[in-house]
Ligand binder design. Structure first.
Ligand code: FES
Ligand code: FE2
Length: 381
């Protein structure tokens, strides 16, 4: 990770100050949120449309399309998407749908191809989405080939991620959307990492799930044996960039800095950064050589999500020890998210219509959760 010493020192100082005083960054007040915001199906459809289908989201990591011809075909929130790096090096996104009669042209998965051939009647498309061939075209009849390329989705590549909008034709200005978040994201050098593994985890509803990614209040009680071992519970250093947020936690060693001259500080050893890109991407470097990228995709109803977890290593593991370290990291993040966060979330989900609460409360020590919900409201208005 490339980040200036000055910036790391400033973050470590903020974390140390909180550690010594047993404080945390806070919102001005407690924020109530009606439980209906989690359960109302009409509100859900409206918010998903406004927040997830009309705003840019991260579709994949740049390193999933390492070379020209590489593709990823997947379904994102019910939308069949084909991501391709063209022979010109540019990453593009298309609807993975044939322009003849709508068959999905590429099976889900990843690989390398110069030409995509529809499995139904064998129309072919190149790596920039152009229709380049029609089986027995002379019998089919004349068509305007130029108008029958794969339907493009708005797409742009920045900071090691391929961003896109899931609705064709919506204007995309990725720099305006990322705002000041682009710099901290670029500092992660995501394009230089090695993709170790990827998995999809079913989880509770969109907001129940996301809330858990945005506070450190639960870390001692829920993650005491996993990721919470390394961090100070309820200590948050918080910065916002438009809707996006950076959460910095203190590691348990942060107190050591108290008695050390600043010139001797190695600040990165004592903090942990989470980059939370609105509305559904979280990037966390938990242990120095490993990184967890989480993309949370809302399901068809308010009570389910699928989280795509990608585990990255700073370099491809070359020895048994390095493979073991990557496996340990991977297992710990799986346990923390699946067995700890999502187990609590499943319980919340199962009880959410019990009538116990008409509203939930976001504490002053949960400012990032408050910020998230304020942006959902703003974009859905
Ligand atoms: S649907 Fe693709 S070629 Fe007919
Ligand atoms: Fe958690």
């Amino acid at each position: 990770m490339s980040s200036t010493r000055e910036e790391s020192m400033a973050l470590a100082k903020r974390a140390l100050t909180h550690f010594v005083a047993r404080t945390t960054d806070q919102a001005p007040g407690i924020m109530p949120m009606p439980v209906a915001a989690y359960t109302d199906p009409d509100r859900y459809r409206h918010e998903i449309e406004r927040v997830f289908r009309r705003q840019p989201i991260a579709l994949c990591l740049s390193l999933e399309l390492p070379a020209p011809g590489n593709y990823v075909a997947l379904e994102l929130m019910g939308v069949p998407v084909l991501l391709v790096r063209g022979s010109d090096g540019q990453a593009r996104a298309f609807l993975n749908v044939c322009r003849h009669r709508g068959a999905q042209i590429c099976p889900h998965g990843s690989g390398s191809a110069r030409v995509f051939s529809c499995p139904y009647h064998a129309w072919t498309y190149d790596d920039r989405g152009a229709l380049i061939g029609r089986y027995r075209g002379e019998t089919f009849g004349e068509v305007d080939t130029d108008a029958l390329g794969l339907t493009p989705l708005p797409c742009a590549e920045r900071a090691g991620l391929v961003w896109g909008v899931l609705t064709p034709g919506v204007p995309l200005d990725i720099d305006a959307w990322l705002r000041g978040m682009q710099e901290p994201l670029s500092g992660l050098c995501l394009g230089d990492w090695h993709l170790y593994l990827q998995r999809d985890l079913p989880g509770p509803g969109w907001k129940v799930t996301l809330d858990g990614y945005l506070e450190v209040y639960h870390h001692d009680s829920v993650h005491g044996r996993t990721v919470g071992k390394h961090t100070v519970g309820n200590l948050l250093v918080w910065d916002t960039y438009g809707p996006h947020q950076r959460l910095v936690f203190g590691r348990r060693t942060i107190g050591e800095l108290r008695d050390l001259p600043e010139a001797q500080w190695e600040p990165e050893k004592h903090i942990r950064r989470i980059h939370s890109v609105f509305p559904n991407l979280s990037i966390s470097g938990i242990l120095g050589d490993h990184c967890l990228v989480s993309q949370v995709f809302p399901g068809p109803t308010p009570d389910t999500t699928v989280t795509r977890q990608t585990v990255l290593c700073s370099t491809p593991p070359a020895t048994d020890a390095e493979r073991d370290a990557a496996d340990v990291f991977s297992a710990m993040t799986l346990q923390a998210v699946q067995d700890e966060d999502y187990r609590i979330g499943a319980g919340i989900q199962a009880a959410i219509r019990s009538g116990a609460n008409t509203e939930f409360l976001f504490g002053r020590n949960e400012p990032a959760v408050q910020h998230y919900h304020q942006w959902v409201a703003q974009l859905s208005a």
